[in-house]
Design a protein around this ligand. Sequence first.
Ligand code: 5GP
Ligand code: MN
Length: 310
Amino acid sequence: MLHLARRPLLIAHLAPDGDAIGSLLATGLILHKMGKDPILACQDRIPATFRFLPNARLVTQDGSDGDIDVVVSLDSSDPTRMGDVYDAGRFSELPLLVIDHHITNVEFGSINWVESKACATAEMIYYLAQALDTPLDPDLATCILTGMVTDTRGFRTSNTTPRAMHIASALMAAGAQLNEITERTLNSRSYKLIQLWAHVLDTVQLRGDIISANNTIAMRYDLDNITRADGVVSFILGAHEAKIAVVFTELPEGKIECSFRARPGNDVASVAFALGGGGHPLAAGCTVEGALDDVRGQVFALLEQSATAR
Ligand code: 5GP
Ligand code: MN
């Protein structure tokens, strides 16, 4: 499918993270080397943290430009994750290749390549480069390693396999700087984000083995355009008493984004999926319409139902 394409549209998911962006840029580099002219798209802007990546400035928020002949969805487990850049009316006749590593993937493509054992979609892009005989160079290696580093929080999560470590080593040998990627993506944040953390952590509460916190619009009044308190949910899961962590983020359009983390042996993907989202057993998310307290109530009811499994 990719061999035949001339102008592929590559789409990273809404509120893109390091894996979505790394996979998008890496796939763009691979296709470029094959003589294609890919469009790289994402509905939301690339966060400042990831703008150091090669070609990050080429990512457009509008996928409608150009004579597209194939669409590739990266790191999205369902079609809504692609947002507005996937124009269903216009693209319905085109082949859609889904590349993803979420266990909750609903296989919405004409071809679905889903590997839930891959630590990141970027790990799959490494396999793609190999399959297409694309040699690694420092730029490609950097984009792939960024996706792997961010989705494993620096090779610390349970999806960090020996194979992932082996690939990371090959990427470093090809010129990716592990230390620089880690510093930029995991160890550096704006002062405003730290201020938001302070507000969010002020609301933290433990109920049974579920720890939660709120991120409200009022908290962000003076904090520029920051919305998500990235990192808080993983941090609060560190409480000895907690098995599950959830952060509720109030979005301006009357919706609540729920971000879940769990200790091994639990499954938050099924709860997120039941609420229209998805993810992995130990890291998942969903966006639910309603007021903060109502959504909290719904989420706690589902988490407590699933508690019988804990
Ligand atoms: P995070 O909490 O870091 O935003 O997301 C954790 C995991 O859940 C990621 O793999 C992410 O792709 C997935 N996820 C987060 N929000 C949503 C959502 O609204 N829908 C779906 N399908 N997956 C989500
Ligand atoms: Mn991912």
